[in-house]
Ligand binder design. Structure first.
Ligand code: NAD
Ligand code: SER
Length: 320
């Protein structure tokens, strides 16, 4: 990885599921004094870093933070996710789009030199081929979250071509980690299930037993993010956002793997509104461009992921 120790980083939405782990990793690479964290409110998980209270809709405050800390790179993570977005569609659209424009405009005006902005498998929709979904295909998302991510991808490409903005992104699948709680997505069951399994040896799943979705261990997701952001510029050939694949499984398959470690573990199913969202998304992802362009390779398969989650949650007594 090409690390420039003069870079100064701002993470917006640092207190969320990805932000907490990304902060830890960027601290290791750059030193915590070079990683500024911003969110609506402080979090004890970010205590090693300088915290700035920020609503990303406030462009002036964002500008002042960037100038105050001479920020060069922004990781912009603040968003409403798929399930919470459906509860308040117009607010989700406003937050997800305005926040992105504020960050892209700072890069367009040359106040910062690089932007990371995550997209999602939610850019795909019910008319997309669902198995081994390619980078380039039919994309008709049916959630406000997916619509905002698809529009965001187009704007990232636009800012790159029109203004030379070095913006990079990944279409994350559902992310599963033991250090932080998920923030309102359709894939959240795949984190909650571990906590409930350790507490009660049962879980009631809000998706049906055979709902296959693309997923990824958080360590893989953070590594993909850092590899993309530190790749030489000539290797980045897609500015909208790259497909990245980790693994795919159904709730039934995840439960069976958990039961190998926790005998007697049982799962029941009570699908809710999130089922329709999941049914509109791919079951598996083809990420050959990410592999060919900047060398992406996942580490976690299902047995490794389940073992890692249970061991860490148990040994650190973290089950919520
Ligand atoms: P999260 O909900 O856990 O965290 C988002 C953080 O942003 C929270 O700490 C929240 O307080 C903060 N935030 C919300 N509104 C804000 C505002 N107006 N100003 C400043 N901060 C604000 O989300 P996450 O899972 O960490 O996701 C981060 C990004 O990655 C999002 O863009 C999301 O769409 C994307 N993503 C996540 C997943 C996943 O499975 N977690 C998958 C695909 C894409
Ligand atoms: N994990 C995310 C969600 O379910 C995918 O973007 O919303």
């Amino acid at each position: 990885m090409l690390i420039n120790k003069n870079d100064k980083i701002l993470i917006i939405g640092a207190g969320g599921q990805i932000g907490v782990e990304l902060t830890e990793n960027l601290n290791r690479l750059y030193g915590s004094e070079n990683v500024i964290v911003a969110d609506l409110k402080p979090s004890s998980a970010l205590s090693a870093n300088t915290f700035e209270q920020l609503d990303v809709m406030d462009a002036q405050k964002l500008f002042e933070i960037v100038k105050k800390h001479t920020i060069s790179h922004i990781y912009h993570l603040a968003a409403l996710l798929s399930a919470t977005g459906e509860q308040n569609p117009m607010f989700a659209w406003k937050l997800n789009m305005e926040g992105l424009f504020h960050v892209l405009d700072l890069a367009k005006e040359k106040h910062i030199s690089r932007v990371y902005w995550p997209s999602s498998i939610a850019v795909f929709g019910p008319t997309t081929p669902r198995v081994n979904t390619p980078q380039y295909t039919v994309m008709e998302p049916s959630t406000v979250y997916g619509i905002s991510k698809q529009a965001g991808e187009r704007w990232c490409e636009y800012y790159f071509h029109k203004y030379g903005v070095d913006v990079r992104g990944l279409r994350y699948p559902g992310l599963i980690g033991w250090k932080s709680a998920p923030g309102g997505g359709t894939t959240d069951y795949a984190v909650h299930i571990f906590h409930e399994a350790l507490k009660t040896n049962t879980y009631e799943c809000f998706l049906g037993a055979e709902t296959a979705l693309p997923m990824m261990h958080m360590e893989d997701a953070i590594r993909a993010t850092l590899e993309l952001m530190h790749a030489p510029i000539e290797k980045i050939k897609i500015r909208g956002s790259y497909n990245v694949s980790g693994l795919s499984f159904t709730p039934n398959e995840l439960a069976a793997e958990i039961a190998k470690h926790l005998p007697g573990f049982s799962i029941s199913y009570k699908p809710d509104f999130r089922q329709a969202i999941a049914d509109s998304w791919p079951q598996s992802i083809n990420d050959e461009e990410a592999r060919a362009h900047w060398g992406w390779q996942e580490y976690y398969n299902l047995p490794k992921l389940v073992e890692n989650m249970l061991t860490n949650l148990k040994s650190k007594n973290l089950a919520l």
